[in-house]
Design a protein around this ligand. Structure first.
Ligand code: AR6
Length: 170
């Protein structure tokens, strides 16, 4: 069955889904934006799990384009899938890394058995990726990925981001 793509304008920390994707950084130790919101609302269990992952697997940090799961702590979701988006560059094409975040997150979701997964607009905040381009890459990649995930829900914080994704999904 093909994955259904849905769009919501709102806060990803409030989504009742199996897994929420976090636009993390390679330290996995938290930050601002959606990362800060997830850690704040999910509570200290998420940071504790991230520290364990660093100690066991990612001493040098989680590489850009990769994804890894932890508990979702007190969030309504079961898991957080942390992925590290690329910082926007005008001189270098890093699209493949942004696509990889989406592909790898879906692969981790499949390993977990997650059927509903919420994504934020990865790299479009602190990492400055132009929204329209990020939306195109995100939607094309989800459409082009073989997965058992039944619903991918893009959760867009504001109307501009929502519109950028709506253009791709129509
Ligand atoms: N729900 C949904 N979307 C949100 C929320 C929320 N609660 N909060 C922000 N956004 P960003 P990045 C949107 O900066 O660009 C962190 O410090 C936001 O409007 O969170 O991948 C990390 O630790 C934007 O459209 O992530 C990294 O250091 C989108 O989420 C760095 O930022 C992504 O913005 C990652 O930067």
């Amino acid at each position: 069955m093909p994955t259904t793509i849905t769009l919501v304008q709102g806060d990803i920390t409030e989504q009742h889904v199996d897994a929420v994707v976090n636009a993390a950084n390679s330290s996995l130790l938290g930050g601002g934006g959606v990362d800060g919101a997830i850690h704040r609302k999910g509570g200290p269990a998420i940071l504790a799990a991230c520290r364990d992952l660093r100690a066991s697997h990612y001493g040098k940090g989680l590489p850009t384009g990769h994804a890894v799961a932890t508990t979702a702590g007190r969030l309504p979701a079961r898991w957080v899938i942390h992925t590290v988006g690329p910082v926007w560059s005008a001189s270098e094409d890093r699209s493949e890394l942004l696509a990889s975040c989406h592909r790898e997150s879906l692969q981790v979701a499949d390993e977990l058995g997650a059927k509903t997964v919420a994504f934020p607009a990865i790299s479009t905040g602190v990492y400055r990726w132009p929204l329209e381009d990020a939306a195109r890459i995100a939607v094309e990649t989800v459409r082009g990925t073989e997965t058992e995930v039944e619903e991918v829900r893009f959760v867009l914080f504001d109307e501009r981001a929502y519109e950028a994704f709506a253009v791709q999904v129509r």
